[in-house]
Design a protein around this ligand. Structure first.
Ligand code: NAD
Ligand code: MG
Length: 331
């Protein structure tokens, strides 16, 4: 994809800069510290695809592999450093989008990964299985519909059995359907939104707590909509507020047990959710344009937050909501 960041190009530019610095030597730089010639960090304002995007629509739940441009989940860029060595993680909605970016990062940080997705998403899920295995970790794909309470319990039991326990839980799956007016939200859609986003989180978390030991971490995906509900997403936004609130309350309950609970609140992120009913028709071309960054985030840009919250490095952070909104957001 021409407008996607090309890590090999970045390396080349970096290599050239280093080469020029070496050729010039300290004297050639007018006595300036040679470190001044090291390549700058990638510029987040220019590094990733920007609007306008091609208008595109897919049937729900959508596939990352059919998006243009394809989302960047960190497939070619994320580098691990043993920050989750030997940990065992279960994630929902990790075939695509933010969940996939977290799954790739967790595996490259040394964790074994079980993940849930819908059977319609097998094509995306196969790619994630390959990526986890290429990282040298165990991948446990567990397809199924989390609107079913019995399935949620089985999902946790299967994950814990296959991984030999559980240390990290990421509740990330979601249903989001945009509607112009409350009159257009059917009872069925309202129920699907709350069952997927809130009830399933409750069922899965409750079942997982039977396995989580001190030092374990739960990371839930909330949204900027928890603080600033979009007028076309009132049911979805209410679930995201519930998720943030649930995370804060549960964090207090579990702190004495040494289990941390945090949430991530993304802003507009380039994922299948947005091309399969999550946005009002024909609003996609300008997705993310109204952020100070002037573009949507890519899933890869959130992976580090999930790693941090899952790892012991954030051992004093619990009950927090971490934003990634391109310059907006926060309570
Ligand atoms: P995504 O479409 O890649 O992921 C959502 C996943 O939810 C799907 O892949 C699917 O596997 C899963 N799912 C939906 N219904 C399910 C069901 N009944 N049973 C099992 N799985 C089901 O989109 P994403 O944007 O990466 O979403 C991940 C999280 O990020 C969600 O919690 C979403 O609310 C949050 N988020 C996204 C944005 C954004 O702009 N993309 C903004 C704020 C928050
Ligand atoms: Mg998906």
């Amino acid at each position: 994809m021409s407008d996607r960041p090309d890590p090999s190009r970045r390396l080349l530019v970096g290599g050239l800069t280093t080469g020029v610095a070496a050729a010039l030597g300290a004297a050639g730089l007018g006595g300036r510290d040679a470190r001044a010639a090291t390549p700058a960090a990638p510029n987040p304002a220019t590094e990733y695809p920007k609007p306008p995007f091609q208008d595109q629509e897919q049937p729900w739940p959508g596939l990352a592999s059919r998006m243009n441009p394809r989302p960047d989940h960190g497939e070619t860029s994320y580098k691990g450093s043993e920050r989750l060595a030997g940990r065992r993680a279960l994630l929902t909605g990790a075939d695509s989008g933010i969940g996939r970016a977290a799954a790739i990062a967790f595996a490259r940080e040394g964790a074994d990964v079980a993940f849930n997705y819908l059977p319609q998403e097998e094509e995306d899920a196969r790619e994630v299985v390959d990526l986890i295995r290429k990282a040298g970790r165990k991948a446990v794909p567990l397809p199924g519909d989390i609107r079913n309470k019995a399935f949620c319990r089985k999902l946790v039991a299967d994950a814990a059995r296959e991984l030999g326990g559980l240390d990290i839980l990421v509740n990330n799956a979601v249903y989001q359907k945009a509607a112009n007016s409350i009159d257009e939200i059917s009872d069925e859609d309202f129920e699907q939104t709350f069952t997927t986003n809130v009830y399933a989180m409750f069922w899965i978390t409750k079942a997982a707590l039977a396995h989580l030991q001190p030092g374990s971490a739960i990371v839930n995906t909330s949204s900027v909509n928890a603080y600033e509900p979009g007028e076309s997403l009132i049911d979805y936004a209410a679930t995201k507020a519930a998720i943030a609130n649930f995370s804060k309350g549960l964090a207090k309950q579990l702190a004495p047990k040494g289990i941390r609970v945090n949430a991530v609140a993304p802003g507009p992120i380039w994922t299948p959710l947005q091309v399969s009913g999550g946005k009002l028709p024909h609003t996609l071309p300008h997705f993310g344009a109204d952020t100070p960054m002037g573009r949507p985030g890519q899933p890869a840009e959130l992976a580090g937050i999930y790693v941090l919250l899952a790892s012991n490095e954030a051992s004093y952070s619990t009950g927090q909501v971490f934003g990634a909104v391109g310059g907006r957001g926060g309570p």
